[in-house]
Design a protein around this ligand. Structure first.
Ligand code: NAP
Ligand code: GDP
Length: 321
């Protein structure tokens, strides 16, 4: 399906005020893109789990393209405690946004899955074709099954209406404007906040779990650039993994040590081995991305963590926490 020229596009970004949405906005501002035809939604613009609110947003703005980021999002411990809410809220949001998109003739939707929705028992490295090949890890099955249904719905929409709605699969994301909540966040923002307080109070810096699990982490601005590339250039319904290379997978212990070093914490870290580790690893292959977009340079994790820590300290009063 031929794409409209950029000046005729009206692009709606759901979840536009979150970690990924605000990075996309920052990248567009860096590129001097006129944002008059872009709309970055927050939950204050309407609860996307409510179909009427979604219909109103679509009929007011009349998007031609949608980047769909809005979701109930959280780290391991928030997921473990709330599988039902993660499932129901995300099923509702995704169904409302995708349904409103095809009903109003939106030409392209790029939605967001995650490498944590893949089967728990899987052959590594994980590739795009494996999404539905087994049960997800028990810790986040609600979020995982809800996200997997986006891919099912995209395929069904293409079959019925011919729209090439697609999805991307990022690894663990971090950066400015993250959710730094002490219990609900992902590991990097959670540890930045926790270690920041530990340093202030001269207390132990505690890492949950053994520190052994392995993760790939992508800096939010890198993901934002890749999202915009997908929006303009990727023409498949089937999803694409947006992750750093496999050899840049790191242990939670390494990440914790990097955060501690960046904050100037010198004492030994304490590992709470009674806390959950979650899935041991989710090593994903970015071969498809590399074949379509060779040469993309990812931000080294040391630089990304430094920028995230500096952002958190500078914005401590207003940061989500
Ligand atoms: P985030 O920082 O928590 O932001 C979530 C965004 O969704 C916010 O703009 C929030 O609005 C909005 N939102 C949440 N519930 C809503 C509702 N019911 N109605 C309307 N808006 C709602 O999340 P993120 O980390 O940027 O995640 C973006 C996408 O990437 C999500 O689809 C997530 O599943 C996916 N993803 C994230 C990671 C990660 O490590 N963070 C990894 C892989 C995939 P308010 O700001 O007003 O609350
Ligand atoms: P995941 O990558 O989807 O599993 O989600 P997280 O970003 O929450 O990372 C979870 C991993 O980090 C697990 O191995 C946790 O045991 C470990 N971890 C260590 N400290 C923390 C913390 O303070 N918060 C979170 N969310 N995870 C932590």
């Amino acid at each position: 399906m031929a794409q409209l020229a950029e000046e005729y596009q009206r692009t709606l970004v759901t979840g536009g005020t979150g970690l990924v949405g605000s990075a996309i906005k920052d990248v567009l501002i860096d590129r001097l893109v006129n944002l008059a035809n872009w709309r970055f939604l927050s939950s204050k613009d309407g609860d996307l789990s409510d179909p009427q609110a979604v219909d109103k947003i679509f009929s007011d703005f009349k998007p031609t393209r949608v980047i769909h980021l809005a979701a109930m999002v959280g780290g391991l411990f928030h997921n473990m405690a709330n599988n039902l809410d993660f499932f129901r809220t995300n099923i509702a949001i995704n169904d409302n946004v995708l349904r409103a998109s095809y009903e109003t003739g939106v030409k392209k939707v790029v939605s967001c899955l995650s490498t944590c929705i893949f089967p728990d028992v899987v052959q590594y490295p994980i590739t795009e074709t494996m999404i539905h090949q087994g049960e997800p890890h028990s810790s986040n099955f609600g979020y995982s099954y809800a996200k997997r249904m986006i891919d099912v719905q995209n395929r069904a929409i293409f079959e019925k209406y011919g729209f090439k709605y697609t999805s991307v699969i990022p690894c663990n994301v971090y950066g400015p404007n993250d959710n730094y909540h002490l219990q609900k966040s992902h590991v990097i923002p959670g540890l930045i906040h926790k270690f920041f307080l530990a340093k202030q109070k001269n207390e132990e810096a505690v890492v949950m779990g053994s520190g052994a699990p392995l993760r790939q982490f992508i800096f939010s601005k890198d993901l934002a650039k890749l999202f915009l590339w997908v929006l303009d250039n990727y023409d498949e319904v089937s999803p694409i993994i947006l992750s750093v290379d496999e050899e840049h997978e790191v242990s939670i212990k390494t990440v914790a040590e990097l955060i501690a070093k960046t904050l100037g914490i010198e004492q030994e870290l304490v590992f709470d081995i009674d806390a959950a580790d979650g899935q041991y690893k989710k090593t994903a292959s970015n071969a498809k991305l590399r074949s379509l977009l060779p040469g993309f340079q990812f931000t080294p994790i040391e630089d990304g963590i430094k920028e995230s820590v500096e952002w958190f300290m500078k914005n401590y009063d207003t940061a989500r926490k």
